[in-house]
Design a protein around this ligand. Structure first.
Ligand code: FES
Ligand code: MG
Length: 592
């Protein structure tokens, strides 16, 4: 803005609404914002203007309840002396967007940055929920750095089928196996999956949504105790009201995202992620938020900070319970309370309620130890991500908390070499090839096979597809082989309980070693040495590289939309957040 605000006011919105130095523009801004009933007195009374970044819509069912919650947010804003201005955010529906919702996180981020920077907003309530809506909103708030507070929409109520809990996403993987083995038919498949979605809200499992909403609270960006409240509960309406009030106070106190999202708060979030059994998408999204706020976060810190933390939250897919149970057991703060007792939380990290995370969560006890286990009686010890590297990729992660007994018994039980296994690669280029061929006996897939999928990273399959957790062929399923080792340069759903090696960076389409891999290559994975290699000589790899370059490089399908093309030209790799490279140089732009 070239205009300067009216003397005496600290509010950036005054540059639009009360700027005697630029009467022309001020009048133009005012007349149009008055045309739906806001009064001149309100707009010129030095009240903070608080945006409500609305991610809910009919296209975004996970976040749709925010349309209702926004009424309570408005009342909170008004109560605290602010003026609410609600605006739409580009939708990101995890399950509805083709080819993948991953494509739209950066687009939604870009849109939010333009709105927060270019309109008369002093602060913002970020309505978060479905997987990518949370990182997109936090990334945008980080770049612009006006006072911001996140409000989760909350998970759906628990799903049940014949008395058993059915969790979002997780039930799909189980239902797929039942369908493949003929135990249920198409209609039965749909009934079983639909039972997991009984109400408004986001996925009720510990998928990417519950993960990222929990981490938003652990980062300090949402009110303490708010992340886990199920969407339909009255507590959710109450916290919407308190969030609106607090947004105004944050403007008055001039507390900005950069005051809250510090290195300490990211370290806290990484540890919380292990304790909750969080999604393999979390490292990508936290890296993205960190880069936009200017905090250095290396992918290897997921291992150094997070690997040794135990799994405490007994929620699907790693455990058995769902969102309502998590809330009743104490939610994020009860988990943080356990970590604080062990000295594993940077207690001085500030949060949006004006207190530190230590002040908020120290001494908070677990309400139900079946759902949140105490630190000394965890579901699993050392349950974080291993970060692997080798000639296949510079980095990829593996979620150790979902390694099943069956998997451990088959691949990690050699007494001489308990943390390593070898196998023979079967390679798929993209999900279409995998779906077309997985049941083809000619591929010769056996329990010794390691399944690879490539061409599914941020560039290859724009946005990166959630496809690395590949099911074994039907003939192996019926022999009781429920999981083969899977490796890929794509992602997988946070609701999947598969111990895949994923988020491989760089991807095949960006010159990664995966592009050189061939079906039939021997592979060695060593979880203790943290290596993943194709056992192919350097000379052979160099020859394959020459051939690949002669063929014009690793090929992938053409872009279908303008944004796919633009994103492919600018997006980075998952290990560093898959952000639009170059965007991170724009930092704290509202202060400039
Ligand atoms: Fe939206 Fe899972 S599909 S939260
Ligand atoms: Mg997902």
């Amino acid at each position: 803005m070239s205009a300067s605000p009216s003397p005496g006011s600290k509010l950036r919105s005054r540059a639009w609404f009360d700027n005697p130095d630029n009467a022309d523009m001020t009048a133009l801004y005012l007349e149009r914002y008055m045309n739906f009933g806001l009064t001149l007195e309100e707009l010129q009374s030095d009240k903070p203007i608080i945006g409500i970044a609305q991610t809910g819509s009919d296209l975004s069912p996970c976040n749709r309840h925010h349309i209702v919650l926004a009424e309570r947010v408005r009342e909170g804003i008004r109560e605290a002396g602010g003026i609410a201005i609600e605006f739409p955010v580009h939708p990101i529906q995890e399950t509805g967007k083709r080819p993948t919702a991953g494509l739209d996180r950066n687009l939604s981020y870009l849109g939010l940055v333009e709105v927060l920077y270019g309109y008369p907003l002093d602060g913002v309530v970020l309505t978060i929920g479905c997987d990518k809506t949370t990182p997109a909103m936090l990334m945008g708030a980080a770049t612009v750095n006006i006072p911001a507070i996140a409000l989760s929409v909350g998970p759906m109520l628990n799903g049940y089928f014949k008395g058993e809990r059915t969790g979002s996403g997780t039930i799909v993987w189980k239902a797929r196996e039942l369908l493949a083995s003929g135990e249920i038919d198409y209609q039965g498949f749909i009934r079983l999956v639909a039972s997991s979605a009984p109400s408004t809200g986001y996925c009720n499992t510990m998928g990417t949504a519950t993960t990222m909403n929990s981490l938003a609270e652990a980062l300090g960006m949402s009110l303490t105790g708010s992340a886990a409240i199920p969407a339909p509960y009255r507590d959710r309406q109450e916290v919407a009201y308190h969030t609106g009030k607090r947004a105004v106070e944050l403007v008055n106190e001039d507390v900005k995202p950069s005051d809250i999202m510090t290195k300490d708060s990211f370290a806290n979030a990484i540890r919380v992620n292990t304790a909750i059994g969080g999604s393999t998408n979390a490292p990508i999204h936290l890296a993205a938020i960190a880069r936009h706020i200017g905090v250095d976060l290396d992918i290897r810190e997921w291992e150094t900070l997070g690997l040794d933390i135990p799994l405490l939250v007994n929620m699907q897919p790693a455990g058995e319970y769902l969102g309502e149970d998590y809330y009743r057991a104490g939610g994020v703060c009860a988990v943080v309370g356990q970590l604080i007792k062990q000295g594993l939380i940077a207690e001085n990290a500030m949060t949006v309620n004006g207190k530190t995370i230590g002040e908020n969560c120290r001494g908070v006890e677990i309400e139900d130890e079946r759902v949140i286990r105490p630190f000394d009686n965890p579901l699993r010890p050392a349950a974080g991500f291993v970060v692997l590297s080798g000639n296949l990729f510079d980095s990829a992660i593996m979620k150790t908390s979902v390694i099943s007994e069956e998997f451990r018994g088959r691949y990690l039980s050699n007494p001489d070499d308990p943390d390593a296994f070898e196998g023979t690669a079967v390679v798929f280029d993209g999900p279409e090839e995998y779906h077309a061929k997985i049941d083809d006996p000619a591929l010769g897939i056996t329990p010794e096979t390691i399944l690879f999928i490539r061409g599914v990273g941020p560039v290859g399959y724009p946005g990166s597809a959630e496809v690395v957790n590949m099911r074994p062929p039907t003939y192996l399923l019926s022999e009781g082989v429920h999981a083969l080792p899977c490796v890929g340069d794509g992602r997988q759903s946070g609701t999947s309980g598969s111990p895949s090696i994923l988020n491989a960076s760089p991807e095949a389409a960006a010159g990664g070693g995966l592009a050189l891999l061939r079906t039939g290559d021997r592979i060695r994975i060593d979880l203790r040495a943290k290596t993943a290699n194709m056992l192919v000589s350097d000379e052979d790899l160099a020859e394959r590289q020459r051939q690949l370059e002669a063929d014009g490089g690793y090929s992938y399908p053409a872009s279908q939309t303008p944004w796919q093309e633009i994103q492919r030209n600018y997006v980075g790799q998952m290990s560093s957040g898959a952000i639009l490279e170059g965007a991170e140089k724009f930092q704290r732009i509202a202060q400039e």
